[in-house]
Design a protein around this ligand. Structure first.
Ligand code: SF4
Length: 238
């Protein structure tokens, strides 16, 4: 399908200072539900963002990429989110490559031997398939999450996926997100209260001793290797 164009004038309606709720409303008014993808890995930021979009009252879809290596707490959170937001559709567009098929082709524990290939199979390739079908990508990324996200803009063209990338939470800090979650009774991953600042695949996520839910750190991800990002964001990662 032909991608919709977004004129400079239309994009100029949005600036770095546009309030988060106005930015969210703009994306839902400007683009059809079918041409817009809000992706989430059910992290704290993603859950807050889903709540903010749900408040507009229009139907929309949340795309998640099930790597088949999620924690059981993440699947439980997905179910709680679906129950809490009945007019939001949660769609899994994750890999169809089963863990058994991956072992047959690449050997056991690919996440240890070649994590980049494992992430490509289970996250990056499926993401390309999703992005090929939409014009706008809504992310829950924040600038202060990592140095690779420090220059994140609230709205920007993503050359890699050829979509308009909108990050309504770009300027938010983790304590603000946690405050929002608590104030609005937004479901969140139970692991955040057990020392996991972020939650990814079971094989590549560890608790960070002493961390609290409002304390963002990626040090629990790929902690046994040099890897810091999964590659979904062209140097950034969920
Ligand atoms: S985070 Fe780990 S287990 Fe998950 S896809 Fe990447 S390398 Fe594989």
């Amino acid at each position: 399908m032909q991608k919709q164009s977004v004129t400079t004038a239309q994009r100029d309606a949005i600036t770095e200072d546009t309030p988060t709720d106005e930015l969210i409303a703009w994306t839902l008014e400007r683009f059809s539900e079918q041409r817009l993808a809000l992706t989430s890995s059910f992290g704290m930021e993603g859950c807050a963002l889903v709540d903010m979009y749900a408040r507009v009252g229009k139907p929309f879809t949340v795309i998640y990429l099930d790597t088949m290596f999620f924690f059981k707490e993440t699947y439980e959170l997905r179910d709680r989110m679906a129950e809490r937001y009945p007019h939001v559709e949660f769609v899994n567009r994750g890999t169809t490559v089963t863990p058994e098929e991956q072992i047959a082709k690449y050997g056991p524990e690919l996440w240890k031997n070649d994590a980049d290939t494992c992430c490509r199979i289970r996250k990056v390739d499926p993401m390309y398939d999703v992005m090929a079908e939409v014009d706008v990508w809504i992310t829950g990324l924040r600038r202060s999450q990592s140095v690779t996200r420090a220059n994140l803009r609230v709205i920007d063209w993503d050359w890699r996926y050829q979509v308009l990338k909108v990050s309504p939470l770009a300027k938010w800090e983790r304590p603000q997100i946690w405050e929002y979650i608590k104030a609005n009774d937004v479901p969140y991953n139970a692991l955040h209260e057990r020392g996991y600042p972020t939650v990814g695949c079971t094989h590549c996520t560890k608790a960070v001793p002493g961390s609290s839910p409002d304390d963002y750190s990626r040090s629990g991800r790929w902690s046994d290797s040099e890897k810091t990002e999964c590659g979904l964001h062209g140097g950034e990662g969920i």
